[in-house]
Design a protein around this ligand. Structure first.
Ligand code: SF4
Ligand code: SF4
Length: 115
């Protein structure tokens, strides 16, 4: 079984379009949604993402919904499929932002296949 891990220079999940994030509505409070709106730049990217290296500028203080391994444990799909669920989520984000044949997708696939 493949093991999920985040890759460097990605940040695909740091661009928000809540209409694309199906299944999140019951995981986010009104405060969370307001926070997401306040964090989102006009182009959809999080204001806390350093676009020069795609690193989070508030990593230690990032919101709970950005803490992948903690946040996803509340998803039924995670309890059923474990890391396969996380891997699918990342592939979906990466595909939407960079494309299915992007370097980011290749790097992600290589990363999970090395585990
Ligand atoms: S989409 Fe996945 S690999 Fe890319 S930054 Fe987010 S958690 Fe990491
Ligand atoms: S707070 Fe950090 S981890 Fe969360 S979306 Fe923004 S840049 Fe990404």
């Amino acid at each position: 079984m493949k093991t999920w891990s985040c890759i460097e220079n990605c940040g695909a999940c740091c661009k928000f379009d809540l209409t694309d994030r199906v299944g999140l509505s019951d995981k986010l409070s009104r405060n969370d949604i307001n926070l997401i709106h306040s964090m989102t730049s006009k182009d959809g990217w999080c204001k806390h993402l350093d676009r020069s290296n795609m690193k989070c500028l508030i990593y230690d203080k990032r919101p709970h919904f950005c803490r992948v391994t903690e946040f996803t444990t509340s998803f039924k799909e995670y309890s059923e499929n474990g890391d396969e669920f996380l891997i699918d989520c990342c592939k979906q984000h990466i595909s939407t932002i960079y494309g299915k044949k992007s370097n980011e997708m290749q790097n992600f696939k290589m990363s999970i296949s090395k585990k």
